[in-house]
Design a protein around this ligand. Structure first.
Ligand code: NAD
Ligand code: ZN
Length: 239
């Protein structure tokens, strides 16, 4: 048995013994659906600097760049759907093996795959609003670069941009879920974005990290280097 299979076995027994498991996901959870992440070698970072474009200041200073970046991401999403790994996470919740899902992803794939208790801490790229007056707007208006129908302001997706605060209630609820947890499984995130990168360490829980690139090994009790989908497929066979 290879080292990875060993570790997946270990994760299966942790899951069987845990009373309250919380999963935290990032962009790596969706790359196998065809949605690029930010920081991998094939990530969006290679073409854009998301830390520069995905900021509220860019809406005022360079709306073309802001709009182009999100238009591309909204359009990519239309060609993609949740993969087996998202479905497995949803089944694990239905079976009571997982209690709560906390995600940084804005693609809504966990909910589409059937997960119910999901905290979307960075919002959703599927709904839109006016940056100035907050009125809701529709996708066609955003994609067509139309101004807000109420105040003429600039439209944007309902995501949390770099430098903006996270939805307060959701963040607090997610933190209390994490404090209840005795097992936390972190999947597909570089753990570079604050404050979500702090969440796994707010609990006394056993911490597991599943990711393609390994950087934070020492902060976790168990690390599994691999793709989210492959690891979850192997894991489900053992549950
Ligand atoms: P990130 O790009 O910083 O890191 C992704 C991590 O996932 C990397 O460490 C990479 O090695 C790993 N990874 C990539 N594919 C993987 C796979 N198939 N299996 C396992 N690991 C894999 O992403 P982040 O940490 O989530 O932070 C980026 C921010 O960008 C978040 O705030 C998020 O809102 C946003 N974002 C979201 C999406 C999405 O919704 N799908 C996509 C890109 C960026
Ligand atoms: Zn407006």
């Amino acid at each position: 048995m290879g080292e990875t299979s060993h570790k997946i076995n270990e994760l299966a027994s942790l899951l069987k013994n845990a009373h309250y498991t919380v999963i935290l996901t990032g962009a790596g959870m969706s790359t196998e659906s065809g949605i690029p992440d930010f920081r991998s070698r094939e990530g969006l970072w290679q073409k854009f600097d998301p830390m520069r474009v995905a900021r509220p200041e860019t809406i005022r200073e360079d709306y073309d760049a802001f709009h182009g970046f999100y238009k591309m991401r909204v359009e990519t999403l239309k060609e993609c759907k949740p993969h087996e790994g998202h479905l497995i996470v949803a089944r694990m919740e239905k079976e009571g093996i997982v209690k709560t899902l906390v995600t940084q992803n804005v693609d809504d794939f966990h909910r589409i795959a059937g997960s119910e208790k999901v905290y979307n801490l960075h919002g959703s790229i599927r709904t839109f609003r006016c940056h100035d007056c907050l009125s809701p707007a529709d996708e066609t208006a955003f994609l067509g670069k139309k101004p807000c129908g109420f105040c003429g302001g600039r439209l944007r997706p309902n995501v949390v941009l770099f430098g903006e605060g996270l939805p307060h209630n959701d963040l607090n609820e997610a933190i209390s879920e994490i404090e209840k947890a005795d097992l936390i499984i972190v999947i597909g995130t570089s753990l570079r974005v604050y404050p979500v990168n702090q969440l796994p360490f707010m609990a006394k829980a056993i911490k597991v990290y599943i990711n393609r690139e390994m950087e934070f090994q020492s902060s976790f009790d168990l690390t599994i280097q691999g793709s989210a989908k492959d690891v979850l497929v192997e894991l489900e066979k053992l549950l």
